[in-house]
Design a protein. Sequence first.
Lengths: 1011, 119
Amino acid sequence: MEFYRAHVLICAGTGCTASESQATKEALVRELAAWGLEREVQVVDTGCFGFCRFGPNMMIYPEGTFYCTVRPEDVPELVEEHLVKGRVVERLLYKQPETEAAVSSFEEIPFFKHQLRIALRNCGVINPEAIEEYIARDGYLALGKVLTEMKPAEVIETIKKAGLRGRGGGGFPTGLKWEFAHRAPGPVKYIVCNADEGDPGAFMDRSILEGDPHAVLEGMAIAGYAIGAGQGYIYVRAEYPIAVHRLKIAIAQAREKGLLGKNIFNSGFDFDLDLRLGAGAFVCGEETALLISVEGRRGEPRPRPPFPAVSGLWGKPTVINNVETLANVPTIIRNGWEWFAAIGTEKSKGTKVFALAGKINNNGLVEVPMGTSLGQIIYDVGGGIPGGKKFKAAQTGGPSGGCIPAEHLNVPIDYDSLTSLGTIMGSGGLIIMDEDTCMVDLAKFFLDFVKDESCGKCTPCRIGTTRMLEVLERISMGQGQEGDLELLIEMGQQIKDTALCGLGQTAPNPVLSTIRYFREEYEAHIRDKRCPASVCAALFHSPCQNTCPANVDVPIYVDLIRQRRFAEAYEVIRRENPFPVICGRVCHHPCEGKCNRAKLDQAVAIRNLKRFAADYALSLNGQRPKPQVAPPTGKKVAVIGAGPAGLTAAYYLALKGHPVTVFEALPVAGGMMAVGIPAYRLPKEVLAAEIATITELGVEIRLSCALGRDFTLAGLQSQGYQAFFLAVGAHRDLKLGIPGEDLAGVYSGVAFLRDLNLGRPADVRGKSVVVIGGGNVAMDAARSAKRLGAQEVHIVYRRAKEDMPAIREEIHEAEQEGIKITCLAAPVALLGDNGRVKALKCNWVRLGEFDNSGRRRPIPIEGSKFIVPADVVIAAVGQTVERDGLPAELKVNRAGTIAADEKSLATNLAGIFAGGDCVSGPDTVIGAIAAGKKVAAAIDRYLGGDGKVVPEAAVERKRTAPVIEEKTARLIAAPLEMAERLQSFTEVERGYAEEQAVAEAARCLRCDVRE
Amino acid sequence: MKSLEELQKLKEEARQAIALREEGAKVKVVVGMGTCGIAAGAREVMSALLDELSKRRLVNVVVTQTGCIGLCVQEPLVDVLVPGKPQVTYGKVNAQKARQIVAQHIVNGIIISDWVVNK
């Protein structure tokens, strides 16, 4: 025996082979020879580690150092550093995404830490082409034990007690299946391994066959002994050439060692195996079709009964088991059924292998105990969703399964829990989808797949899936009709009830399950002809416009900026949004999150471009373009509240010729834009100038005029007002609900900002300020306190930082300005001295289960209290509607917001409409603008108009310049120097210079042009 | 394959070949392979160690290498770490001494104190 001081294991599975692991291996062999190390260091091909996202994977023993993405050009450094000098090459280690910290050991990588590898026990550990290495890891001991010590009935009993269920998807108890075949009469029986893995994106079975083929062989021999079969077949798809190659080697080695063949272990038991290659038809995963294909005929299912256990291959009793099921068998025999039954949940024992695919950081293969929650798999093992996007749903069971939405992240993954959610375990495909996935499109994809794969034997499947697909295609083209969903459900149910085989019976599942959980998304396609995820291309011009709540035609105005037609760009924005100057500064720009340019380099800086066009128009001193106003109608409208929702409605109603009066309780107009957002983000004169563009249309704003105090709706009615818009916002702070809230020095976030913006700021100079909360109000309050001369500002938030609802840039700027952020800390009490607050008492929290929003619930850690000293505490934990003064008969929701019809925004009182924060709860400026526009249309219709409040305009979508396809970085407008920032409330962001704006606009890919 | 014993025997042999990848308490031998060590003959020391371990079928030994620790005058340096015992560093090791370190220290547990530099 050679003594090698080091073993280098390189993944030779399909995933890493595709990442060219063979080239890396060849480079390694060459480099070792060059150093004369070929007799000291052994290079071993091994099976899949599962971390395919970072392939080629490499493991070096004895240190157990795990290297990721090792390319041939990395090899010289790796050999010299690691194998010659004994130093770990940090650069090639796995890096923790959040901390960038390098992790050298396999066990410390979170992806592996949460796994329990039973079926994959040898993958990435042994050389699959060396039977000795399998034997060294206790291989074939189980077969030896079974043949020398156990009767077939005892084997079956062991598997039954272990609770092993079929891993192919159905979950039928394996021991029971064996028992049926065992009891079936006749001397000739067969065992068949179903290695026809066909789910899109699934590769569990392939990896086991490639990484540990002997485990499957051993499992089959044991099963053969248990049922009395002397011959087995492995039905594997020809599309898996590496698996086929390794299986052939494994079978030859096992025969040579006498582990297959005659009289194995001198027990009198004869058993041999052969391969049958499938052509890759999905239907051949169905057991009856598979058997017919093994017999050499066209793979089509036949009705059951008789079940294969009674009459299978060539009419003989046959057991068909999946690859993963069989790979589990030897470990159960070796370790005992008690060991296996102790893993997993009550009815689902052991582990399950999943192929993690889709929108997930750690694509790859994972094996976890049954009962692990979906959230743990996605976030702990899978590393979460890339690009800071939101998890939307996971598809299990491939085309035969269904989806699980975010509200079920806590579901324990086992057969029965998944069935109760309307999906199935399936063979282990787990496709993760984020907010950019359209569920209609998803359903269409899977249905298209099964339609193609339908064998055509039975009518429901052949014609039914085609008909369902036609309906889905219609819906995604914007030609959906009322009743389509009912039609889909009815057809789906019919197919489920009448199709001949499992393929057909499960084919409608993806459609039915997406309708079950995402009906609203279907309805948006059918009724509003809108694809909220911006996928169904026929339903929108560009993802940015489609995502903008106010429907601003982004690519058109961006292109006008590129052409230096700035005033026209402003006009395009203003057609849909009366506040371009404000939104150019404070909008949370959901458009940029959907920008296709981000897939190439970075999103186009849409908000900054809007600001440039708007500031340009403002600089024209009244020479800017003005919209056309319709002739007066004389129908008076009262708007209650001069925030973005109220003023937007006033603007559009004025354009339609209605005389509008806006009543505002505060002494300033603008709502939260005036008293919520501080001047360093939105200067007061900019706000005033933009509001002036609305009053110049004839809109009257009456300040310091509060509903209930200064006037009533009935009173206005008697003055001739015919329609009312309640847009009173959400200005009342929620309480913390902890002791000490009434101490002096404790403020609420909105009240603190309101006082500041009305020119009577709280005195925080030289004080320690603690802000509680993670939203924009908290960030605004903290950054304002810093500017007011606070000595120290500290934000305390109870969830994780990535769960903060504030705009990312705001959090970043706050930290830049020296504000300390402590997350995972829940306030418990405010401590005082002589009636003044002195400190905040907190509890550390850990993150528990997922709540309905898909965020982890904070759970206090016992005995972890800590004190944060504070002279001033600002509680910014959310707001609700101030209902004083609202009509008593007005219907409100449980959450305290005004109840209004989703479409018309009409309240329960005739002629009274409501919208903005007072209906939705605290939302964004652009959300309020969208609501205001919707209400304006509803009121116009109510007053006899056509409801078309947005002026029509002809838009020509064509490229005016070639698209820049090379990588081009997003241009940053330099912000105010840090030294100047904290001295005053001077605006921090400064817009683009003209040349910058033109250059940035040229980065637009013009997704709206379809040629 | 005719008996479980035959399989067990095969397993024991095969296990030695992959023992390096298994966890567990192992004796660790570290050879100084910095420029100074290699110039002083560390490569020959390494080869001799591996050869001797291989002849004696010692599978619970891990051989690794390290860079210069500054004590260049004593190179080639070889550290022997037996689990639960203090580290022993031998200086001016050559191929023949390396073989004796395996035989005496690793197999018999006797430290060859004449060659130890970290007394």
